[in-house]
Structures are given as C-alpha cells and as structure tokens.
Design a binder for this molecule. Sequence first.
Ligand SMILES: Nc1nc2c([nH]c(=O)n2[C@H]2C[C@H](O)[C@@H](COP(=O)(O)OP(=O)(O)OP(=O)(O)O)O2)c(=O)[nH]1
Length: 148
Amino acid sequence: MPVTYFRRAGPRPPVERPILLVAACALVDSEGRVLLARRPPGKPMAGLWEFPGGKIAPGETPEAALIRELREELGIETREACLSPLFFASHGYERFHLLMPLYVCRRWEGRAEAREGQELAWVRPARMGDYPMPPADIPLVALLRDFL
Ligand SMILES: Nc1nc2c([nH]c(=O)n2[C@H]2C[C@H](O)[C@@H](COP(=O)(O)OP(=O)(O)OP(=O)(O)O)O2)c(=O)[nH]1
C-alpha cells in the first residue's frame, strides 16, 4: 500500500537567504535637504529612489565602502570622521536578506553629480514620501524625518 506523506501543519520553515550587506548614506546639505538617487533602468527595483551607497565588498568596512561608493556614484569625497551611523534596515527580499546601515553625512568635498546615469534629487525630509523607495527604506524614511 502506498505511503502518503502529509506536510506538517503550522508555519513554514524559514527560507535560507544570504545576508547582503549594503552601506547607505543620507547626505544632508546646508538647507537640510537629503540626496536621493533613482535606480536606473535595467537594475532590480529600477525607478525607485534610494540613498546613495552600495554593497560592502569582502574585507571592506561599511565606512570604506561608503566613501568608495560616494566617490564612484557621485564624484564627492568624504572621510570616515564625517560619517555618523544612524539607523539600519533589516529586510527580507526574495533572494537575499538586506542588512543596511544608514549613515548621515553633512560634510564632503565636491558637488554631487550623477556619475552612473542615475537621476538625483535633493529632497526636503517632509517631501520624501513623494519619492517611491524600496520597501527596506520605508521605516528609515520615517525615522530620518523625525531625526532631521
Ligand atoms: N544603495 C542603496 N541600496 C539599497 C537601498 N535600499 C535597498 O533596498 N537597497 C538594495 C538595492 C540593491 O539590492 C542593494 C544595493 O546594491 P547595489 O546598489 O550595490 O547593487 P545593484 O543592485 O544596484 O547592482 P550592481 O551594482 O550589483 O549592478 O541594496 C538604498 O536606500 N540604497
């Protein structure tokens, strides 16, 4: 007689996903506006607005990753002393779990320009809700609005 197996009732076991470490930064200008960058076409979550930053390479500190990404993406120079850790996002995407510290930076050299074809916007904290952002960022926006 064939044996029938039934799945045990109850919650599904958690899906194992790699942790993706990304460092991000709220650049705040002298008028209190925050720089958002729009993810370009062809990338996952294209069209959504995000904080500048990117993946932390193996062996790299979050601060070093951020300094590198700000240079590559925006052509600006900052230093570790100008980066203050603020909040973090911990969000389960389908293929990975994002762990993303968000820093605030108010001092840098150079003028931020789109070096990678991305659209940029300096946004007042009260208007950040007008810019659709990745789901991981939603709690950060609320926290940032209260902080700034
Ligand atoms: N930089 C940044 N990434 C974010 C934010 N929110 C959020 O979910 N992410 C996600 C999107 C990406 O999956 C990942 C950042 O990776 P990334 O920017 O280095 O890489 P990418 O997906 O653009 O692709 P690539 O550079 O590997 O081509 O983190 C955010 O506010 N800023």
